[in-house]
Design a protein around this ligand. Structure first.
Ligand code: SAM
Length: 323
């Protein structure tokens, strides 16, 4: 499918809430990093609402960057778009002439797959349509989902299915994959879906959602190294924030949200040694958490935009310079 403009159905998730949180940090201008530019929906809102800001937009998907570039054309003199994984954020800042610390007012990370990636059947993200098993968000680099299925050992396959897909039948599915590929290598998503229907017991199929959902998620995370990238990117983004600067991260599956929660919890803990009765000056926490638990989309938003259903949003503010 060829897209020349973002689909009219594409609605940025939790836009109003993201604005409530990031807005106060951007009122007087400064740099906003959108680390997951996608189709530029959030970015366009912030550029329009805060005329003094400059945007650094990152995405690993060249097609997303191209479309966002067209959409953000009216703001061309205030934006720098960079093709990179979000853990390349420090390099992207340097490339834009900025320091990697104390240079940014706000960071937005809207993780996961864009509506365009899901709509483009040929990229193999969706289990509902037959397509080549690719799943790379950056189609120019790395292993495809078919490569993973055709080359990984039983142990590695079972591990990624269990860890990234929280799949109860990981071992059983891995065995079925090895048996199947000994006859013919995997090439298409329909072959995998068919195998999953056979490998997952019928009783579980009735209660556990679509049998392919967890395996497709696991493959996508593995192919795109999503958690490793996130584990490096969130701390790098937080280091770049000035005092008063804010970060919002929206996750779409529990492992991402757990990772973000852990990083935020650590960053908002006191740095005074535990055995001291009072906080040492300058040794208080560097960050304050701005969200209570993980915030979800409202029922009304989910009704209008079903892609908002799984979102979990967390936000934090830098309250003290790095010690
Ligand atoms: C949900 S979309 C973002 C949508 C965007 N907020 C909007 O309003 O249009 C997520 C985007 O993040 C990108 N992405 C996912 N993982 C990434 C990574 N590790 N590094 C950079 N971009 C990534 C995807 O290619 C996708 O375009």
């Amino acid at each position: 499918m060829n897209h020349d403009s973002p689909s009219p159905r594409h609605v940025p998730v939790l836009l109003r809430r993201a604005d409530e949180i990031l807005g106060p940090a951007l009122e007087n201008g400064g740099v906003l990093v959108d680390a997951t530019l996608g189709l530029g929906g959030h970015a366009e809102h912030f550029l329009r609402t805060y005329p003094a800001i400059r945007l650094i937009g990152l995405d690993r998907d060249t097609e997303a960057l191209r479309l966002a570039g067209t959409r953000l054309e009216p703001y061309a003199d205030r934006i720098t778009l960079v093709h990179t994984r979000y853990d390349g954020l420090p390099d992207a800042l340097r490339h834009a002439g900025l320091a990697t610390e104390d240079s940014v007012r706000a960071v937005l990370m809207d993780l996961g797959v864009s509506s365009m990636q899901l709509d483009e059947a040929e990229r193999g993200f969706a289990y509902s349509v037959d397509a080549p098993l690719d799943m790379r968000m950056d189609p120019t680099a790395g292993l495809t989902a078919a490569d993973v299925l055709n080359t990984y050992s039983h142990g590695d396959l079972a591990r990624i299915l269990k860890t990234y897909g929280e799949e109860r039948f990981a071992g059983r599915i891995a065995s079925a994959v090895l048996r199947r590929r000994a006859q013919r290598p995997f090439t298409s998503s329909a072959e995998l879906v068919e195998l999953l229907y056979e490998a997952i017991p019928a009783a579980t199929r009735r209660t556990g959602g679509h049998p392919a959902k967890r395996t497709f998620q696991a493959l996508r995370i593995e192919v795109n190294r999503e958690l490793e990238s996130l584990q490096a990117a969130v701390p790098a983004a937080m280091s770049a924030l000035q005092v008063g600067g804010r970060i919002v991260v929206m996750s779409y599956q529990s492992l991402e949200d757990k990772t973000v929660k852990q990083i935020f919890t650590q960053a908002s803990a006191s740095r005074t040694p535990l055995d001291l009765p009072v906080e040492l000056p300058g040794m208080g926490p560097e960050f304050a958490i701005l969200t209570r638990g993980a915030e979800k989309a409202s029922d009304t938003e989910i009704e209008e935009n079903p892609r908002a259903a799984p979102v979990r949003m967390r936000a934090a503010e830098r309250i003290q310079a790095a010690g």
